[in-house]
Design a protein around this ligand. Structure first.
Ligand SMILES: NC(=O)CC[C@H](N)C(=O)O
Length: 332
């Protein structure tokens, strides 16, 4: 440590924040092109926030994020945060699956020190690229003592979100990330931080999940419900040998009779089925229109579909007991 600044490590994984287009004003570009050193050098004043080290973990568009990379990131973070020389972590990431990675880390990082994910909607070459300011703010949050004990955070566009609450809601707009149901964790304006609350749900050191005993995760498929949708995809998943299915249900995690019958069949074959909703916010309530007690299905509570899949994969690594998994969905 050179001074009294915090020591922050930036782990770069790719995404638009590291993306390059041919010109400054075009929709076409390639994710994950710019390396971590170039990214840090593009942010004037960032060196005044923390002593920074950068490490490249991967350089992919986050549509190609994988469980393998998640495990690599989680192991690296646990190693780094166990050291007295590291005070916080920033992860740069594509925005498409950012909420899944953030929620995974929220469940599995064994430290109270801040873990902050960030990305950008505009590539690094765009007119008004917002990646540099997002990185600046993410480092400010990771370096700040008040950020401890708030689980994995997502910082974009001056806002601090909890991993559990946040979701991407727009394909192009800079204001893409919203915590529609539980609200923001705080804000960060040119590095000035205000926290409003602690995150909801069990996370980090309190979580039962540990990356130490995970080398892979069981397959869980997501199946989207719509008016008059067929049950064939559920049958295909069963045949493919899935361990879990998450339904992106209509309304309160509902689905038509054909899909519900197929879900019953899946549960009877030992597959764990979670009912989530395709809506952007609200609870999926147990035993509302679907009798979960009778069928053996699990209600997602207010966890969205993609994050329900993350939690179910981790649960299935520990247990197949539907009652226990329901309790975890209520509490995490
Ligand atoms: N804005 C973005 O980061 C999306 C680009 C890319 N698909 C990704 O998720 O990495």
């Amino acid at each position: 440590q050179k001074n009294d600044l915090s020591n922050v490590v930036i782990l770069a994984t790719g995404g638009t924040i590291a993306g390059v287009g041919e010109t400054g004003a075009q929709a076409g570009y390639t994710s994950g092109q710019v390396g971590i050193e170039t990214m840090i050098n593009s942010v004037p004043g960032i060196e005044k926030l923390a002593n920074l080290t950068g490490k490249q973990i991967s350089n992919v568009g986050s549509q190609d994020m994988s469980i393998k990379i998640w495990l690599k990131i989680a192991n690296r973070i646990n190693e780094l945060l166990a050291s007295e020389d590291v005070d916080g972590i920033v992860i740069t990431h594509g925005t498409d699956t950012l909420e899944e990675t953030a929620f995974f880390l929220n469940l599995i990082v064994k430290s109270d020190k801040p873990v902050v994910t960030t990305g950008s909607m505009r590539p690094s070459t765009a007119v008004s690229a917002e990646g540099p300011l997002n990185l600046y703010n993410a480092v400010a949050v990771a370096a700040h003592p008040d950020s401890k004990g708030r689980g994995t955070m997502v910082v974009l566009n001056d806002q601090i979100h909890a991993a559990r609450a946040v979701t991407k809601t727009n394909t192009n707009a800079v204001q893409a990330f919203v915590s529609p149901f539980r609200g923001l964790l705080g804000s960060v304006i040119y590095g000035q931080i205000e926290f409003y609350r602690k995150p909801f749900g069990v996370h980090s050191t309190e979580s039962i999940f540990s990356v130490d005993d995970i080398s892979s995760l069981p397959r869980v498929d997501i199946i989207y419900a719509a008016a008059d949708s067929s049950a064939d995809l559920i049958d295909l998943s069963i045949k493919a040998g899935v361990k879990g299915i998450v339904i992106a249900g209509v309304g309160n995690g509902n689905m038509n009779t054909a899909m519900l019958e197929a879900c019953k069949k899946a549960v009877n074959q030992g597959i764990v089925v979670v009912r989530s909703t395709r809506l952007p916010s609200g609870y999926v309530i147990r035993n509302a229109e679907v009798n979960d007690d009778e069928i053996g299905t699990i209600a997602s509570d207010d966890l969205n579909t993609a994050k329900s899949r993350v939690l179910l994969m981790l649960c299935l690594h520990e247990t197949k007991n539907a009652k226990d998994i329901q309790e975890i969905f209520y509490n995490y």
